[in-house]
Design a protein around this ligand. Sequence first.
Ligand code: NAP
Length: 262
Amino acid sequence: MIAEVGAGVQDWAPGDEVCALLAGGGYAERVNVAATQVLPVPKGVSITSAAALPETAATVWSNVVMTGGLGESQTLLIHGGGSGIGTHAIQVGRALGANVAVTAGGQYKLDRCRELGAQTLINYREQDFPAVVNAEYGGANVILDIMGGGYLAKNIEALAENGHVTIIGLQGGATAELNLGALLFKRGSVHATNLRRRPEQGPGSKAEIITELRQQLWPLIAKGAVKPVIAAEVPITDAAEAHRLLDSDQIVGKVLLTVREH
Ligand SMILES: NC(=O)c1ccc[n+]([C@@H]2O[C@H](COP(=O)([O-])OP(=O)(O)OC[C@H]3O[C@@H](n4cnc5c(N)ncnc54)[C@H](OP(=O)(O)O)[C@@H]3O)[C@@H](O)[C@H]2O)c1
């Protein structure tokens, strides 16, 4: 988007090409957002493609790096590798020097995950993901989970010692029985986070995440190690078609709503 800057705002000037973290909301041609939630369009990325980044990047970085502490040579397991979140997380994991394992429900998505850098491809309809991850890596140090209750027991089974499960989605339900003995045995932890409800400023805030993105992730994007993955661009006037695409579950990456040509 093109910035229109209010009085007293530093860092940004009217006419700057920027993208902003909105974390939920509706579709609009103009938005009002705190200056601390604004990022420059990364070098080498078009202003339209940049729209795919802020929410996805903030979700992945805050969970995988800031909470999960993923490091070089560790193992990251991503559920839903073909999702908007998953396709970004694969690239971030590899750019940080981690091993990346993904789950997906079909070969097309697994092939795209491999192209993006995932080394271990697990079809959750046919394979038992804890068995695969334990056999290949001795467990995952960080698990980025979108399934919630339905995967909790198996995620703990797939966890390495001192590992972190970070739950960001509840597609498999919000409740589950937790075997604390299994978690304790691995000295593991389970986190559940939500971007939308984070405060604007202060510890754990959106501003804190945006600062890290700008300092640490934006250089990785500028050098091409992490790219926006866009399944389709649809005019905002045809938003219903964008929803049909998402509902089809056949797409890999983000669907963008375009407002006007730049
Ligand atoms: N907490 C937060 O702050 C936050 C922020 C953003 C997004 N999210 C959540 O993150 C999730 C992903 O968001 P998105 O926009 O990237 O969604 P998306 O692109 O619509 O993808 C959803 C994915 O779920 C996968 N899936 C369905 N059942 C699965 C299973 N049993 N095991 C593994 N994967 C499975 C689907 O892949 P298959 O076709 O392979 O099944 C699909 O790729 C959503 O649950 C969303 O609510 C949370």
